[in-house]
Design a protein around this ligand. Sequence first.
Ligand SMILES: *Cc1c(COP(=O)(O)O)cnc(C)c1O
Length: 234
Amino acid sequence: MSTIEGNIERIRAEMGRAALEAGRSPDEITLLAASKGRSPREIRAACAAGVRSFGENFAQEALPKMEALADLDLQWHFIGAIQSNKTRAIAAHFQWVHTVDRLRIAQRLARQCPAGRRLNVCLQINLDAEATKAGIAPDEALELGCNVAALAPLRLRGLMAIPAPRTSYGEQCAVFARLKELFDRLGERIETPDFDTLSMGMSDDFSAAIHEGATIVRIGTAIFGPRASVPRGT
Ligand SMILES: *Cc1c(COP(=O)(O)O)cnc(C)c1O
């Protein structure tokens, strides 16, 4: 068994444990492999271990990898900062975008989405009001959500966040609980049929995220090992 397969097996076991502890079914939770900086060969190894969802941060890096892996049935998620000159490539090649935080970007994605296709999107929430980080403030999410939900080619699925690292499990749970609370509140108020996704939790905090209701965890390092040079998150 490769290191990557072994890592995925351990992560799945921990995901199952965290789900059961929270009274949830492990089937509700998707393991998304954050594959920025990873080669097609590493992605194949993760696929062989049963992972089908992959997250990329840069369109120009992702497109050649998608082409090299076109023989596999993979689902591609864009999880990086969205530059407006990349929206066309993102809308054409990804099935999901987790990092929508401006209406203008959502409008471009909707306009450039190929005919007959729909793009699943999550709003990125800046939970810690970090000036340097992407994401919309929690109190602006309702308005953005209503506007995004009205853009037909987009399918508004839920919320995503990258909270600042916490030092304890309890603090990790507390910050994820805030995203879950916002998610529940918006779900009641936004007119959209499938608001069902909470994208939260990474290598160091996915157990807490699952405890608080994550439906997608985005994991890089714990699957593939330490990253060489690509920055973490956005
Ligand atoms: C890289 C990345 C991850 C994975 O981070 P790890 O700590 O390596 O698990 C998750 N989400 C986003 C948005 C990322 O950019």
